[in-house]
Design a protein around this ligand. Structure first.
Ligand code: THU
Length: 130
């Protein structure tokens, strides 16, 4: 298992967060179905609603890398319970996932919790409904 290096890469992504307003850094690492890795951090803005979540940044990097399927997504914040994706980001993850996609919630100390997307976003709406 590469978990230790994944946690390290997620922490490094978190260290890049631009969070002068919330002081709540978030780092994300996506591992795709092809085994490739993409990272992202939250990027805030003086016009508060324009800020981007870390998940959105990592998903954009993944799509720019030509990939479309998330196998695992690590989400790290500085608190003890680990990073919990907001409702909007659960839907963002849903777009590029299936029910077995794992959300791995981390604190700087390591993995605190793991859930499938179907647990975080049950009976969800997705591309196949259109
Ligand atoms: N944030 C994320 O980056 N991802 C989430 O899933 C939860 C919230 C960011 C947005 C904002 O920059 C800060 O955390 C506080 O809400």
């Amino acid at each position: 298992m590469n978990e230790e290096s994944n946690i390290k890469a997620t922490k490094e992504a978190m260290s890049k967060a631009y969070v002068p307003y919330s002081n709540y850094p978030v780092g994300v690492l996506i591992i795709t179905d092809k085994g490739n890795k993409f990272t992202g951090c939250n990027v805030e803005n003086a016009s508060y609603p324009l800020g981007n979540c870390a998940e959105a940044s990592a998903i954009a990097a993944m799509v720019m890398g030509g990939e479309r399927k998330i196998n695992q997504i690590y989400v790290m914040t500085k608190n003890d319970e680990g990073g919990i994706p907001c409702g909007g980001c659960r839907q963002r993850i849903r777009e590029f996932s299936d029910s077995t996609t794992q959300i791995i919630m981390c604190s700087p100390d390591g993995i605190q919790n793991r859930m499938n997307l179907s647990e975080l976003l049950p009976q969800s709406f997705g591309p196949e409904h259109l």
